[in-house]
Design a protein around this ligand. Structure first.
Ligand code: DQA
Length: 143
């Protein structure tokens, strides 16, 4: 199985960015965590991070016919991007949404998730563990 893991804008600033909300570990630590979780689940992962909405749309389209599932933390685009929602719907791959923080306990504008409307599951407010749960969910479906 091959899973594409997408991280959206400003997640490359982990460790520096609002550590009270997102933690002190940096983005390299998150990527290492995801690779480790994938290995534990016996699945291949492709990691992608971008600060650009169109680049994320392009990567989702690239996954069609190449990948078996998508884990996505669209970051701020979660709450604004119909284009990412439409791309996830277009490729029709099983998708899971992840957020490090508990978006539902934060500002109201973070309560809406467009991408989530195309996802089978959401793991929210679990920190790095949410990515492991998402990979486990997708690989579990395969078995
Ligand atoms: C986030 C939550 C979003 O509201 C925010 O814009 C992010 C990160 C999270 O992982 O908690 O950039 O997706």
């Amino acid at each position: 199985m091959k899973i594409l893991v997408i991280n959206g804008p400003n997640l490359n600033m982990l460790g520096i960015r609002e550590p009270d909300i997102y933690g002190k570990q940096d983005f390299a630590a998150l990527e290492a965590f995801i690779r480790q979780a994938a290995e534990e689940c016996g699945t291949e992962v492709e990691l992608f991070q971008s600060n650009h909405e169109g680049a994320i749309v392009d990567k989702i389209q690239w996954a069609y016919g190449t990948m078996d599932g998508i884990v996505i933390n669209p970051a701020a685009y979660t709450h604004t991007s119909v284009a990412i929602l439409d791309a996830l719907k277009a490729v029709g791959l099983p998708a899971v949404e992840v957020h490090l923080s508990d978006v539902n306990a934060r500002e109201e504008f973070r309560h809406i998730s467009y991408a989530g409307m195309a996802c089978e599951k959401s793991f929210i407010g679990m920190g790095f563990e949410g990515y492991r749960a998402a990979i486990q969910y997708l690989t579990g479906k395969q078995r």
